[in-house]
Design a protein. Structure first.
Lengths: 200, 90
């Protein structure tokens, strides 16, 4: 991508660390960054600490900002690294994930459903589904969860997500596949997708 | 005709740039397959719930003001020194 994602005047102001421009960046990105930090599993003071730390790193590196990715993409990238440091989690993708085997076991050799998904429980309220999704997100590995949140929740474009996570489009697809299937299996296990009796 | 497993693979790994051929093939399969329709509906439901969950997070105004002030202060300190102004006549 060669076209800048931000207006040139904004890029220039950021690069020379214009306080007004950087304050505007902070205002613009504070809520999305806070939401992301929460969604990545931080709570309490850790949320604000991580967000502030990410913004201060951005200020420090402002002259490197070239506008090829949006400000938000830069900041999400920094935030993800900060959170990974905090949790001392490994920021690497596992080559195999047991969710792959779980999904494969639902199909026969011809790729037809052997164990089809249970139908959605019509009685489950939106609030219940939301609570269960929050619980289930905790069991999604960090990398897959990041991919899911940036794409599905933050609704970032594919190439921006790839930049933030430093992965290829193919890798991103694998991470999304795992996150979505893990969430779906988890919800089904919690009964949110209805009991087998309720099938049809 | 796509198999169910291929539908699941294409839909679940969708990063927003799925080619038209894939979308058409999946749509055709969904017309005829109740199980895959249910699967796709559940993925959509999960995405919607995650977005709602995310949007329920709001900012504490005092905390937001502290962070913004810290950013401004850091920006001011990190700036190169301003060019000298006109000399004071005295």
């Amino acid at each position: 991508v060669t076209t800048p994602r931000e207006p040139q005047a904004k890029i220039d102001a950021i690069r020379r660390r214009d306080p007004d421009a950087l304050e505007a960046v902070a205002r613009e990105c504070l809520l999305p960054l806070t939401r992301a930090a929460r969604a990545w599993g931080l709570a309490g003071d850790d949320v604000q600490d991580a967000v502030q730390e990410a913004l201060l790193v951005f200020v420090r590196k402002a002259e490197q900002f070239d506008g090829r990715a949006s400000v938000r993409t830069w900041l999400f990238g920094i935030l993800i690294r900060k959170i990974a440091e905090r949790r001392r989690a490994l920021v690497r993708e596992e080559a195999v994930d047991d969710i792959d085997a779980v999904v494969d076991a639902r199909f026969d050799a011809d790729g037809r459903w052997l164990r089809p998904p249970r139908p959605t429980d019509a009685a489950a309220t939106a609030g219940e589904v939301m609570t269960r999704v929050e619980e289930c997100l905790e069991d999604v590995p960090d990398r897959s969860r990041s991919a899911f949140l940036l794409r599905e929740v933050e609704q970032m474009e594919t190439d921006e997500v790839c930049k933030v996570l430093g992965v290829s489009a193919n890798n991103l697809g694998v991470m999304l596949y795992r996150a979505r299937n893990r969430l779906r299996e988890c919800l089904e296990a919690k009964g949110i997708h209805g009991s087998a009796d309720a099938a049809v | 005709m796509l198999r169910c497993k291929e539908v699941v693979e294409q839909v679940a790994s969708d990063a927003g740039a799925r080619p038209l051929t894939s979308r058409l093939a999946v749509a055709l399969h969904l017309l005829m397959c109740r199980h895959c329709r249910g699967y796709v509906r559940q993925l959509r439901q999960i995405g919607a719930a995650a977005r709602r969950l995310y949007q329920s997070v709001t900012l504490d105004p005092a905390a937001a003001a502290r962070v913004t002030a810290a950013v401004r202060q850091a920006a001011e300190q990190a700036r190169p020194p301003a060019p000298p102004g006109p000399l004071d006549p005295l």
